[in-house]
Write a protein that binds this ligand. Structure first.
Ligand SMILES: Nc1ncnc2c1ncn2[C@@H]1O[C@H](COP(=O)(O)OP(=O)(O)O)[C@@H](O)[C@H]1O
Ligand SMILES: CC(=O)N[C@@H](CCC(=O)OP(=O)(O)O)C(=O)O
Length: 259
């Protein structure tokens, strides 16, 4: 039987709330099994760009990443956010190691095709160095990834954090029974996005199609759920979407995905 591995993704809205983030990182540190954390930070990158007078453009939840945007996101994701998260995990006795996709060649990507939309410096993942990630886990380290990949030829690229998470989860399923947890600012996938009490406990592909047809899911939730099903179809054992409370052992409020 394979050892269990928990992979947790935290979104930018959660990271932006210092109190919620502190509790979440404490709960994450308490997980006994091998674990990996992947963080976004889109909201903070947009706010930082604004301070610098750079306007951000997103199409279908993906950032159109100019050379200037790439500089900002490298500073924000791989620098400020990644290092602060690692320091907080260290304070909770979790031996975290902060990484971008370029470090140890963990996440390699191809520059996305310029058609139909030119996303600039955005990469689609083509290889995860699962062997080195497994070695880090075996050495009792907890990898903490930001959403920056590289092309293997010296170019850093921006990749959506939900996608990096799904790709890492799939690659690690070779060695582990992977449980994938997407944490964001709501309690789960909601029947009505305005009503926090309308969490849908279970969603399979048929229900997903119905929710899409009824326009009950939109914006970032569409690519997030696509990534969930992609992970399930490719060997990830369990995928859930919920709030920061998902990491508390008595949590019952979340959405469980199945094929
Ligand atoms: N049915 C739904 N249930 C929950 N959230 C939804 C739903 N439909 C759309 N959303 C939106 O999806 C967003 C989450 O996607 P995103 O911003 O990409 O998350 P993250 O911060 O984890 O990257 C929520 O903020 C919410 O506004
Ligand atoms: C290509 C692309 O869109 N990359 C994302 C990466 C960060 C991210 O995904 O952050 P959240 O999880 O907080 O949304 C971006 O720059 O916004």
């Amino acid at each position: 039987m394979k050892t269990k591995l928990k992979i947790v993704k935290i979104g930018g809205n959660l990271i932006d709330d210092a109190e919620v983030l502190a509790t979440l990182l404490k709960d994450f540190s308490a997980i006994k099994e091998p674990k990996i954390l992947i963080h976004g930070g889109g909201k903070i990158a947009t706010a930082t760009s604004k301070k610098l007078g750079i306007e951000s453009k997103l199409v279908e939840g993906r950032r159109i990443t100019s050379a200037e945007d790439l500089e900002v996101i490298t500073m924000v994701y791989a620098g400020l956010l990644n290092k602060n998260i690692v320091a907080q995990l260290q304070a909770n006795n979790c031996n975290a190691l902060g990484l971008s996709g370029a470090d140890a060649n963990c996440v390699q990507a191809n520059l996305r095709h310029k058609e139909p939309v030119d996303y600039g410096f955005v990469g689609d993942v083509n290889h995860i160095n699962s062997a080195i990630i497994q070695q880090l886990l075996t050495a009792q380290l907890t990898p903490v990834f930001c959403a920056i990949s590289h092309d293997g030829k010296g170019q850093l690229l921006n990749t959506n954090a939900d996608t990096v998470t799904a790709e890492i989860a799939i690659a690690m399923s070779k060695y582990y029974e992977v449980e994938l947890m997407y944490c964001f600012e709501k309690n789960g996938v909601l029947e009505n996005v305005e009503d926090e009490n309308s969490v849908i406990p279970k969603i399979n592909t048929a229900k997903y199609e119905a929710l899409k047809a009824n326009q009950q899911i939109h914006q970032g939730m569409l690519p997030k759920m696509q990534n969930c099903f992609y992970a399930l179809k490719n060997g990830v054992a369990n995928v859930v979407i919920g709030s920061s409370k998902l990491l508390q052992s008595n949590s019952t409020l979340f959405t469980q995905l199945s094929l």
